[in-house]
Design a protein around this ligand. Sequence first.
Ligand code: PMP
Length: 407
Amino acid sequence: ARDQVHNFAAGPSPLPTTVLEEAARGLLNYDDTGMGICELSHRGKEFKAVIEGAEANLRSLLSIPDNYTILFNQGGGTGQFSAVVLNLLAAHRLSHPVPAEEFIPPTIDYVLTGAWSSKAYAEAQRLCLPPFPACPAFATPRVAASTKSTKWTTLPKKDEYDFSKEAAFVYYCENETINGIEFPPASASGSSPFAFPFDQVPKGVNIVADYSSSFISRPIPNIEKHAIIYAGAQKNLGPSGVTVLIVRNDLLVDTTEAAKLGCVPSTPITYEYKILADNGSLYNTPPTFPIYVSALVLQHLIDNKGGLRGLEETNKAKAELLYATLDEAEKQGKARCVVKEKDARSWMNVTFEMLGEGKEKAFLEGADKHGFRQLKGHRSVGGVRASLYNAVTLESVRALCEYIKSF
Ligand code: PMP
């Protein structure tokens, strides 16, 4: 049964039980219509209320400024690796309306801190290839900072960034789900050498952040420093299948108009932010069920918790407890945390190794017997990973810590 397991999945990951119970009812008979939510038109009044409610709740929870639009898209976080490049290159082209012969392709500055930012960078490299031999590339993706040499076990320090002035945008991943690296919260970042260096990004350069695995785990007080923030739903927000975007309004541009100027491709229609915005995220049929469940999660957060501040405290307490337990186990030679620097440690994905021949296998098998599920590290790095998303309780983390101590 659900209450007999502690689910530490990295995503898709656990959602609040009461939300899932309501979603199960809505799947069969939404709001006493006699029809399930997946059987209702996405243009009908019922679904319209769902998506508009989700948007309003998100705006209020995150205090999203008025000059930003909320969009719901498909294609996952990975879809946005492509979409941000195409939409922002188009916006850049429109703000440089010179003849094609005079246009200088911009750079795009990637901050590489792990597997997901690296994949985003690789996608930009693919998309920016010249359309024909002898043509210039659409843009030059470059590395503004990288911790690859540490095997993605820390964040760059402030003096390790090298931003270019003419970048179409700067890109970073707020929380690297696989490696367990996260930028320190804005509330603590003033004092941290690992804080994202917004003040070093040249004035006027757009900043894009992938928040897939830390979205709504704590407030984002610096939204206005970003051009775009996006997140795949399947960690804190809802089921996979929907991606949420917060886009500054001046970046909702007609990418076909940009393409007509030359030197930039137009964006596939379901990924063009302006088209999505003009149609209230309903240009084509959206993933109605994932949006419905996400709407229920947002309502649950508004109703039950002390807002994102309350969640921030709980999530911090969960992470600190597990890291303290692992640091203690490390002193005893039993375990090893992958990320040493406290300010670079993810609150959402805690990565560690059990030391000694055969110990990891024994640890995971024992964990399974105790009801601790989905603790195996990502297939690319191995080890153990405990993901502590919003729906994972402090009690579950305490139970895991007891198991680690007793192991
Ligand atoms: N970014 C981050 C930080 C992620 O954790 C993931 C997936 N776990 C992705 C992007 C890719 O998302 P998707 O699988 O939805 O395409």
